[in-house]
Design a protein around this ligand. Structure first.
Ligand code: SF4
Ligand code: SF4
Length: 482
């Protein structure tokens, strides 16, 4: 008996799922999806019952009618791709990111001031970690231009770079924003780079002139909005407690009607009492006309008046599934659907992402606060404890390496055996800090939900690839353009 014939196999790290009546596996070590044909399915079933030797697997496949040569080839292929393994299942450690990772996205917090006082906002609420005492409230022109120069220099050979404007309320510093767009276009052209722009706003300050500017300059817009009046006015309020729906509704309608060059997205924060996901979606998508609507449950450090109860969270998840089924239904008819929580995950599955870090924060993306301090992302803007340097002197490599090594999925013990880690990688650094006081901690409070959601999106992916695969190709092309 040679070494191969006696080799005992077991399943590698994989997550089986079904879609469109076909069987698939999600291969965790590669972040890749494979459809199982009859022979591969038999092999997986056999090994999920017990470890089996090479010879016994061959015998079983041959007894089921597969030629021995084909059975040998199949086992060899599955072994090489680590679908099946011998010895310890082990993990293929992810490579460390390269020491000099060129910057792609700069999130410019052009002000930390806001004309609303949303009761859950991380700028004002329990999740606040910024320490702007004594620091600038509005970014000035010199800092803004230095930030653009920093992006040009730090993006090395990248031909496309992205600037996203954030606040506070971004439009409270609109004159600066206009100036940055002109300066970045000019500087980008001199460096042979295309600069793409986007912003997040609460929409209260939109005017026809601003909308025209955003449209002419092809600036992507995300509006923070929580739904119809009874939802929006619960927590998205002015300082005197007045709701903001009546102010934002006509402005958003004007934005959607007159911003002709980019899709307009709504981002909804779910809090206690603001959990009617389907009602909110219908209002924002069908009544108001947003192109995409995405939802995120609020990040909170502890029990607050706006924390969603466990029971309500289960109900939120149920509604997510209903909208996800609609998304699939549309995709099978070749139509797009605006529920961006599915679109974003499907986009990542198509790319085959296998993340070392949950997001680009501190890696291909950094934030810059009004003071010019660099942070891992906009949520850490001007928080001294999380500063990664200043745009005048550049990134402090030691601090950046510390942030990145703590946030690497390999450093998160609980994630080592989790099949969802290629997409999750432990979750948002900011949320981890708020919950656990450490940006490198895995967000263990939402693992069940992440795995449930990832599985749902895998099933959607599988069903589309079985029934209407051209949709996935077109979807990938569209995503590449946005
Ligand atoms: S945080 Fe939880 S769901 Fe995410 S990779 Fe880690 S163990 Fe998995
Ligand atoms: S750390 Fe969190 S908030 Fe910041 S970019 Fe990453 S996921 Fe987003």
């Amino acid at each position: 008996m040679n070494a191969i014939s006696s080799r005992a196999y077991k399943l590698g790290e994989l997550h089986p799922f079904e879609g469109g009546d076909r069987r698939f596996i999600y291969l965790v070590t590669a972040g890749a999806i494979f459809e199982l044909d009859g022979a591969a399915g038999k092999l997986i079933d056999r090994l999920s019952r017990a470890e089996t030797t090479h010879d016994d697997l061959i015998k079983e496949l041959v007894a089921s009618g597969y030629p021995e040569a084909d059975a040998n080839e199949l086992i060899g292929e599955m072994y090489r791709s680590r679908v099946i393994v011998s010895g310890e299942v082990g993990r293929t450690p992810l490579a460390e990111p390269p020491a000099d990772f060129p910057l792609q996205t700069l999130v410019m917090n052009i002000t930390n001031q806001c004309n609303l006082s949303c009761t859950y906002c991380y700028e004002f609420g329990a999740d606040k970690i910024a320490t702007p005492a004594g620091k600038a409230k509005y970014m000035d022109l010199e800092t803004a231009r230095a930030s653009v120069d920093f992006l040009m220099k730090s993006s090395a050979d990248r031909k496309g770079v992205h600037i996203t404007f954030f606040g506070g309320e971004t439009l409270m510093n609109f004159p600066l924003l206009k100036n940055v767009v002109a300066y970045a276009r000019e500087t980008g052209a001199a460096h042979g780079k295309m600069v793409d722009f986007s912003l997040t706003t609460n929409a209260t300050l939109l005017t026809p002139q601003i909308i025209e500017f955003l449209s002419v300059n092809e600036i992507g817009v995300t509006v923070s909005m929580d739904g119809p009046p009874e939802m929006q006015d619960k927590r998205r309020v002015y300082k005197n407690g007045r709701g903001s729906y009546a102010t934002v509704e006509p402005r958003i309608r004007a934005l959607i009607a007159n911003h002709r060059t980019r899709a307009i997205t709504a981002r909804v924060t779910l809090t206690d009492g603001v959990t009617d996901v389907i009602g909110i979606y219908r209002h924002l998508k069908d009544d108001i006309g947003f192109h995409e609507v995405g939802f995120a449950p609020v990040t909170t450090s502890a029990k607050t008046s706006y924390t969603i109860s466990d029971e309500d969270m289960r109900n939120v998840v149920k509604q997510f599934h209903t909208l996800a089924d609609e998304w699939l239904d549309s995709a099978l008819r070749g139509m797009s659907h605006g529920f961006s929580n599915v679109s974003d995950t499907i986009g990542e599955l198509i790319q085959g992402v296998n993340k070392s870090h949950p997001c680009g924060a501190g890696l291909g993306l950094v934030g810059v606060g009004p003071s010019g301090d660099i942070s891992p992302c906009h949520r850490f803007a001007d928080a001294d404890a999380h500063s990664l340097g200043n745009i005048k002197d550049g990134i402090d490599k030691e601090k950046q390496n510390d942030f990145l090594s703590r946030g690497h999925v390999n450093a998160k013990y609980d994630c080592h055996t989790c099949w969802a880690r290629p997409l999750c990688a432990g979750g948002c650094h900011h949320e981890a800090f708020v919950r656990y006081g450490d940006t490198g901690h895995a967000n263990l409070h939402y693992c069940d939900w992440i795995r449930d959601w990832t599985n749902k999106c895998l099933e959607i992916y599988g069903a589309i690839s079985a029934i209407n695969p051209t949709f996935l190709e077109k979807f990938a092309e569209r995503k590449a353009l946005t």
